[in-house]
Ligand binder design. Sequence first.
Ligand code: NAD
Ligand code: DAU
Length: 366
Amino acid sequence: MRRLLVTGAAGFIGSNFVQYWLEAHRDDHVVALDVLTYAGNLSSLDPVLKNSKLKFVKMDILEGERVRALMEREQIDTIVHFAAESHVDRSIHGPDPFLETNIRGTHELLKAAKTVWLTGGGSGPYQFHHISTDEVFGTLAADAPAFTEETSYAPNSPYAATKAASDHLVRAYHHTYGLPVTTSNCSNNYGPYQFPEKLIPLAIVRALEGKPIPVYGDGLQSRDWLYVRDHCRGIDRILEKGRVGETYNLGGGAERKNIDVIKMLCSKFNAMFQSDAGLRSRFPRCPAADGGDTASLITFVRDRPGHDRRYAVDAMKATLETGYGPAESFETGLGKTIVWYIANEPWWRSVMDGSYKEWMKQHYSG
Ligand code: NAD
Ligand code: DAU
């Protein structure tokens, strides 16, 4: 039985992970920690908030002393560290909070774990699992092989640079102090509870509202897409089978160009609206509501500065060592995601508050 501290638990992947974990490991105790930035929503934990095995704590990972006391009080033996500023575009507009949370926040957490686990007199076993990204590897040429764990770090955005720094700190705490750590570097996730500033939920919400779907530059950049539940299962495999001190790449084996992602999404919308009169009356502004093509909303806009052209992940190490493998194809995962957003309109309306509207206005003007 584990006693987990999950940071960033009210964010996209964190909330999916907490829900997954409580279903898959019914005896475990989970402390869900989140400071609730614009990207954190307690409502993302609604389905499990009454579970007696879950405790939610509103806390900032930058407050290391409070985190240390919490770990002692709750006898935490496992940390799964998601908390971060995660949006590349925001890191380009204002990098400071990324340095604070992603670098200094991770360091505060490492110090707390070191104090409690290595000098606290407990016996363990302990595990600090750090959630990182494939973006630390930079961009790939069109014909280059996918990123492996041996690929050199070459982060291009302020976001990626701060994630790279946090990965190095995690590694150093293992190498220098013997802290039991594992790290996973994952590709682009999508699925329920993703904040509608990221490509897929943004496109879904805008298509439902009949608003332009912004595609950066020529739309030919590609990403490797992973359904969020498969990421959660991958982390579970690493917690179970991963070797201490190792890093593992996780990906979906589903490399797609952005424009193809959006076109697939639009054709799914067209088919769903055609066969469902209820959808047509709920979302009359979607072009498909009166027989039009959702793809008519696609609008090419100014490119993201320093935009990485291509990411692709080789997850063979995780597959061979831990049994990792995604269950969802991109086609089925995207379908489930669209259905979830249609069924959970109150969730996405509630998170698109004043600060979201302000960001959209600044970012997509012109
Ligand atoms: P998210 O932005 O949806 O959620 C981040 C959460 O962290 C939010 O709930 C926020 O309130 C919380 N948080 C931020 N600063 C905090 C602080 N100082 N103290 C406590 N909580 C704080 O992000 P996400 O997409 O769920 O990503 C989670 C992790 O996974 C991040 O570390 C990210 O780098 C990594 N990752 C994300 C993806 C992806 O495609 N989304 C892919 C690979 C890796
Ligand atoms: O690769 C893993 C990373 O994936 C994570 O580490 C990040 O936290 C996560 O945000 C994601 O980063 P991306 O920048 O790849 O995700 P985003 O959804 O912002 O963009 C996906 C692609 O779509 C990217 O090439 C930029 C493009 N894009 C994005 C938006 C928001 C558009 O063309 N239009 C848009 O409006």
